[in-house]
Every structure is written in C-alpha cells, then in structure tokens.
Design a protein around this ligand. Structure first.
Ligand code: SF4
Length: 183
C-alpha cells in the first residue's frame, strides 16, 4: 500500500517547520520536511524524523492511569477527569484558589494558553499561571539583548545559505548548523 503524505506543522519549537507526515495503513511511518515551506524549505532538525517509532512503541500510554494503593491502574477518560476535578475541588475548598497553579510548556499553542488563562483566572480565580514565558524565553531574551542588542532572533532561516561565518549556540538542528564556507 502506498504511503499517503499529509501536510502538518512541527509542534516542538517556535520555528514552526512544515512537515510531510507519511501514513500507511493508519500508522505514521515517516516524517520529512516540507519543500517550499517558508520556515524550513524541506529541512528539519533531528526531532520530527525520530517521531514515527514513538507512535507505535509497545509502552506508549494509550489511556489514562490513576494510582490506587501505590499501583497505576487504567481507567476511563470520564473516571480520570472526575478524579482530577475531585482533587482540584478538595484543594480549593480547603485552601482557596491561590493554592493551585498551572505551569504550561513551550509546546502549548497560543489558543491553549488562552483557554488555560481563562480557566485559571475566570473559573478557578487565581493568577497563578505561567506559560513558559518566564522560565523558557526569558533566558533567551536576556541572551539576545546582552549579545545582539535586540530581544528577538536576528537572522532568517535562510541567512545561513549566504553567511560566511556564524556563531550558533544551543541549536539542536545539525543541518541548520552547517556553514557553507568555513570561518
Ligand atoms: S527546528 Fe526542529 S523542533 Fe523546531 S519546528 Fe523545526 S523541525 Fe520542529
């Protein structure tokens, strides 16, 4: 059976690389960069190329688990959601809205951040919400300002194709690190 190619966007970092996701018999079997995409033009770092085995790994978690008597046991989604809601309610009843917090990750989408902000502030009643800004990008912003004078990545993805010398730090994309001419 032919591998069907589907367009997608990599969710891992802020670069937003376009991906082609190859699906065969309902399973993801290969992932490559999308040619012509403005962010990566066919390239990717190592992360998405290594995704496919993750989807079929025998130890992949496929349903919620709840710890009972020190053992994790599988439960339905309804049970899991009730378990979390009951736990939240108990803490809120006993200690008030400032006793809970939400800490998001760099991979959440803007819409997810928006929903969590609404949920924590309007439903729970706390400002204890952090979506990666301070603990993730704050350090990068300080680095950008102290070394380059601006709080933003200063180069386009394709700058690498015409630069003669680059200093690159903390990048997990070996293809992006290759320099066409030596320094
Ligand atoms: S650089 Fe890597 S992790 Fe970031 S969006 Fe592109 S493929 Fe994904």
């Amino acid at each position: 059976m032919a591998v069907q190619q589907n367009k997608s966007t990599c969710p891992f970092c802020g670069l937003g690389c376009g991906l082609m996701v190859g699906v065969e018999q309902g399973k993801i079997v290969e992932i490559s960069g999308m040619k012509g995409h403005p962010a990566n033009n066919g390239d990717t770092c190592l992360l998405p190329r290594n995704y496919p085995p993750i989807f079929t790994d025998k130890d992949r978690l496929k349903q919620p688990m709840v710890r009972r008597n020190s053992r994790l046991v599988p439960v339905s989604w309804d049970e899991a959601i009730k378990h979390v809601a009951d736990g939240f309610k108990k803490i809120l009843d006993e200690h008030g809205p400032k006793s809970v917090a939400f800490y998001g990750g760099a991979i959440n989408l803007t819409e997810e951040y928006y929903l969590m902000n609404k949920f924590m502030k309007a439903a729970i009643g706390t400002n204890n919400i952090e979506c990666s800004t301070r603990l993730c990008m704050a350090s990068a912003a300080v680095g950008f300002i102290s070394t380059l004078g601006a709080d933003a990545p200063p180069a386009m993805r394709k700058s690498g194709s015409f630069s003669h010398c680059r200093l690159q730090h903390g990048c997990f994309n070996p293809r992006f690190v290759q320099t066409p001419q030596s320094c």
